[in-house]
Design a protein around this ligand. Structure first.
Ligand code: NAP
Length: 243
């Protein structure tokens, strides 16, 4: 795979899965825009990526900041080939005890944020007559999870956004797909007790947690020329949990 002369925006890329996705695109020659909430953090990741990578701070829930993210990207690189909607948060709690503010926050970042960036990217990609958008959903958007009504609703919503926008933009050469990760080795899963971790692993057909690289590989494939006939799909990268 070769992403030379391609411009890729990855949201929420200061750490975790987004950071690894940004690194993998940069290694394959892409000009990467590292987006997250903190300017110092995105600058530092962009420096580590090297090449043409730049960091642009923007809160994906803000229309004005999303506009600024896309304006600055176009000013610097003149095109946008790939958008990866990766920024996401959890605020877990059982349904009957869930605060409205935790519902709103998770839906705002995980779903409205992806709507705002997709809308901004679509305007440009439609004119360009090419583009790839990859939304990072989750297996809990497919099968649900106790304690995550807000998060699973946001990730299921992201699948609806993926399919409807894929239908709208197909005629303009833009494909839109989702990747649904299972349980991935990140800060979150590293904090689990040994017994909770073993219990989790026992539910995974491939008998291990996923890695951020497992997710990045699927994203790179969907962004590549090899995936030009794939749109509106949800690719579960979950070690077999949802089969
Ligand atoms: P992470 O380490 O928490 O990274 C998410 C990044 O998004 C953080 O740097 C965060 O910044 C940033 N962010 C939060 N709100 C933002 C906003 N409004 N605008 C821009 N950036 C924002 O999470 P991760 O585990 O790598 O997960 C990445 C994606 O994969 C998420 O969408 C997540 O839902 C999804 N996913 C993860 C797993 C898993 O097992 N880890 C499984 C399924 C799906 P702050 O640190 O400042 O908040």
């Amino acid at each position: 795979m070769d992403f030379k002369d391609k411009t890729v925006i990855v949201t929420g890329a200061a750490r975790g899965i987004g950071r690894v996705i940004a690194e993998r695109f940069a290694r394959l020659g892409a000009a990467v825009v590292v987006n997250d909430l903190d300017q110092e953090a995105v600058d530092s990741v962009a420096r580590e990526l090297g090449g043409q990578a730049i960091g642009i701070r923007a809160d994906v829930t803000s229309t004005a900041e999303v506009k600024d993210l896309f304006d600055k990207t176009l000013e610097r690189f003149g095109r946008i080939d790939v958008l990866v909607n990766n920024a996401g948060v959890t605020r877990d709690g059982l349904l009957v005890r869930m605060d409205e503010k935790d519902w709103d926050m998770v839906l705002d970042i995980n779903l409205k944020g992806a709507f705002l960036t997709t809308r901004a990217a679509a305007k440009f990609m439609m004119k360009q007559r090419s583009g790839r958008i990859i939304n990072i959903s989750s297996v809990v958007g497919l099968i649900g999870n106790a304690g995550q009504v807000n998060y699973s609703a946001s990730k299921a919503g992201l699948i609806g956004l993926t399919k409807s926008s894929a239908r709208e933009l197909a005629s303009r050469g833009v494909t839109i797909n989702a990747v649904a990760p299972g349980f991935i080795e990140t800060e979150m899963t590293r904090k689990l007790s040994e017994s909770a971790r073993e219990n989790l692993i026992s539910q995974i057909t491939l008998n291990r947690l996923g890695t951020p690289d497992d997710i990045a590989s699927a994203v790179l494939f969907l962004a590549s020329d090899d995936a030009s006939y794939i749109t509106g799909q949800v690719l579960a990268v979950d070690g077999g949990i949802t089969m």
